[in-house]
Design a protein around this ligand. Sequence first.
Ligand SMILES: Cc1ncc(COP(=O)(O)O)c(C=O)c1O
Length: 499
Amino acid sequence: MGQEGNCKTKGDYLALSKSITIFDRSTPGLSGLDLPEIQKEASHFIPEKYLRKKKPILPEVSENEVVRHYIGLSIKNHHIDKGLYPLGSCTMKYNPKVNDRAAMLPGFTDIHPFQPESTVQGALELLYNLAELLGEISGMDDVTLQPVAGAHGEFTSLLMIRAYHTKIGNPRQTVVFPDSAHGTNPASVTMAGYKSVQIKSGQDGLVDVSTLKAAMNENVAAFMLTNPNTLGLFDKNILEIADIVHSVGAQFYMDGANLNALLGRVKPAEMGFDIVHFNLHKTFSTPHGGGGPGAGALGLKKHLSPFMPSPIVVKNGDKYGLDYDRPDSIGKVHSFYGNFANLVRGYTYIRQLGLDGLRSVSENAVINANYLMANLKAFYDLPYDRTCMHEFVLSGERQKKAGVRTTDIAKRLMDFGFHPPTVYFPLIVSEAMMIEPTESESKAELDRFIEAMIQIAREVEEKPDIIKTAPHNTPVGRMDEGKAARDLVVKWSPITEHC
Ligand SMILES: Cc1ncc(COP(=O)(O)O)c(C=O)c1O
């Protein structure tokens, strides 16, 4: 099975699919636990009408079968504990295990958000201190921890910006962003009820100052900018851009998803931004993937503070509490304090490294990206050939002319044990491959990646079919992605048939 260059047979897929769910390991009578005898019938606790009519179908497996099943799945999957995960824009850095240990402390896991404040002082103190640290890192006056994703932070910010403009007399209707923006930016704009205005970037991949000036007017609520942007380029005109935005009374929003490049070096507030979202689940090493759970805290300047989601964590003397008495607040955007466990993880990471340690994070993230870029630019097109920040974007145009698409290159990389880079984004680069190694990779791992990319570039010339039919060394071969997206059918009979 899985011979290089050979497509899998139907039999291969059947053999694989057989052990896909834990039900395939089930043996009647086996069990991994010993439950105490039931003293009272379920109907004693639960009204008859809610009781099951049939027994649930559960897998009957011993403890070691359970362990083998999940270890087996983790081996089949690609994850950050297995190898480099250069998924540009996603900052897939190593997640130190100490973060999880902290998040699993009983003092955190055994509390309930409805407990009286006096009994959750430690949790509130952690939230308060985390907000202080994020304020220090961003240079902002206030921080809210409630949003639970970067996109959620964007949406929350736009609601706050509308509340601010409404309060001063003109709610405004449009939000401007460059064509290099992450897709969540226009999505958040629409969700918040604004009209999107996308502006074209200059030849250098940065904001074109004259285009920006032409787009700004008193109907613009905000300009959203990622800096460094999704091309991995720092916008050197940032202060001039801030002035242009403020000259019409608009708010300058920083998509802070790329903050990993700036930690300990440049503060968003000093670049003139009014509000920034942090992706704690990227920058501060909390797990990230599969859509969550994340933490999209916001740092903001004083004039926006009254509009923050409520409640906020406050400190009175040596006691911590929640302040709900905020008449201009946009209200709640998530239950309780946001994703508390991820906030604990982010706090642990920051405290572990200290603010000085964060400087070496950005240093190594930028050095690693430049090392990869310098070693790969002879083999792939590099549309913006200059020092990058934490990531860079190659183009597979040269390979496309030889009949191999970027998506084929991405699939082939999996044969070498690497997760592919982000492909076909940003849209302004054709056949884009967006590569972000992060700071947590060794030179040896980066060299392995370089060798794989160079070998693939050679294969394009010498034996392109091996790329077009990749991957060959993975548990599952090439999928029909269009069908998976359009026609997803999940077949998992034990639960659906019997519950
Ligand atoms: C530049 C940029 N902006 C926004 C986001 C959205 O963040 P989230 O996935 O947490 O919603 C991302 C995601 O990685 C991103 O890379």
